[in-house]
Design a protein around this ligand. Structure first.
Ligand SMILES: Cc1ncc(COP(=O)(O)O)c(C=O)c1O
Length: 403
């Protein structure tokens, strides 16, 4: 293998990095990245095997630890985030688990944002809690609340921005400053924006988490995840857990994700444009009570979104009117059930638009009073806008919008 088939330079644009960074060619000189489907690697001698196992000499040993195709994906993603290193994992959830297992111990405390992805909340509340790790939840939009939640044993700040499905933003530089004062690590789940729209490490975060299943794949094919940060953090705190516990990304999935990264920036740009067009159309519909999209002037954090993100992103939520919660649900379900184009599925980040009713699907397991406090009403619909024509999408949504 060549080390890197891409001349390293500090100022390559993200579009260039997306198609070039991380590429390492084998002796065959292939142009496209090779898929290395091998579980182990052959050594020239017993001494070489011993040196590789003891880390005296760098190199692949076993694909639970490292694999050349996975390494290419890690290096390309790290380049896009403006980071020193990345570690790929089997899914977004295993990236979050690896991060927590590598950083936390019994007795530690986490401050996390409200409105996190449901499985992340389950991980903090039902699994990490069994090992003596406690979590407090505060609004992503209120840095003072984060400061107030800090305890002497606080080790980690965990935030998703924008949040799902309420599209609330956290001011990353403001949270980074609170985290620094607290001596805690600021971890940002950058799943909704991806590095094409937001680079949290450049804004002061310590670690970025990805569900690569979403926009990085971009076409709804494979699961994957990643942790992005400094070389020392990845090597000393993340890799030991991954190589021992094994939530490793398969080389096949890494190859699919490498190809996904190549088109990430243009997909994010076009899907954001489409989302803005659909959001503006929704705002004009009498049946719609409100549209929540950071790219709209009506979003309470629109100015922050303009500062921190390149666009408003491709996900929006909107609420149907209705006198009672039952009526709101009937109206929301009518819109969903009358679509013929968009897919009724809880996934997001696909080139095909997806539609979800959060109150009865992604957030169905959340207690009704918690859901209500978070603003997730029965009339709310989440739309992850894809690459279809926005006019076609609006026609599809209009079908179920009767009074
Ligand atoms: C914001 C966010 N983080 C993490 C995850 C978990 O990712 P995965 O499904 O790849 O485990 C998801 C999945 O939907 C998500 O939306």
């Amino acid at each position: 293998m060549q080390d890197q088939d891409f001349p390293s330079q500090d100022d390559w644009a993200i579009e260039t990095l997306a198609v070039r960074a991380g590429t390492a060619r084998s002796g065959f000189g292939e142009h496209a990245e090779a898929m290395f489907l091998t579980s182990s690697y052959v050594f020239g001698s017993a001494a070489e095997a011993a040196d590789r196992f003891s880390n005296k000499v760098e190199g692949n040993v076993y694909s639970r630890f490292t694999n050349p195709t996975v390494t290419m994906f890690e290096q390309r993603l790290a380049a896009l985030e403006g980071a020193e290193a990345a570690l790929a994992t089997a899914s977004g959830m295993s990236a979050i688990l690896t991060c927590c297992m590598g950083v936390l111990k019994a007795g530690d405390h986490v401050v996390a944002s409200t409105g996190l992805f449901g499985s992340t909340v389950q991980l903090f509340n039902n699994i990490l809690s069994k090992f003596g790790i406690t979590t407090s939840y505060v609004s992503p939009a209120d840095p003072a609340a984060w400061r107030a939640a800090v305890r002497p044993e606080t080790k980690l700040f965990y935030v998703e921005t924008p949040s799902n499905p309420m599209m609330e933003l956290a001011d990353i530089p403001a949270l980074a400053s609170v985290a620094k004062d607290a001596g805690a690590l600021l971890v940002v789940d950058n799943c909704f924006c991806t590095p094409a729209l937001q680079q949290p490490l450049k804004l002061g975060a310590d670690v970025v988490i990805h569900s690569a299943t979403k926009y990085i794949d971009g076409q709804g094919r494979v699961l994957g995840g990643a942790i992005v940060g400094s070389k020392a953090f990845i090597k000393d705190q993340m890799l030991p857990f991954l190589r021992t516990a094994g939530p490793t990304l398969s080389p096949f999935n890494a190859w699919v994700l490498l190809k996904g990264l190549e088109t990430l920036a243009i997909r994010m740009e076009r899907q954001s444009e489409n989302a803005l067009a659909v959001a503006r159309w929704l705002e004009a519909q009498p049946q719609v009570k409100r549209v929540i999209y950071p790219g709209l002037e009506s979003h309470p954090q629109h100015e922050l979104a303009k500062r921190q993100q390149k666009t408003g992103g491709a996900v929006l939520s909107f609420e149907l009117r209705g006198e009672t919660p039952e009526q709101q649900r009937t109206n929301a379900w009518r819109v969903i059930d009358n679509t013929r184009l968009v897919s009724i599925t809880a996934n997001l980040g696909d080139t095909r638009t997806t539609i979800t009713h959060p109150a009865t699907t992604t957030h169905g397991r959340v207690a009704p009073e918690v859901r209500a406090a978070a603003g997730i009403t029965e009339g709310m619909i989440r739309l992850a806008v894809g690459l279809e024509s926005p006019e076609d999408l609006c026609r599809d949504l209009a079908r179920g919008m009767t009074d």
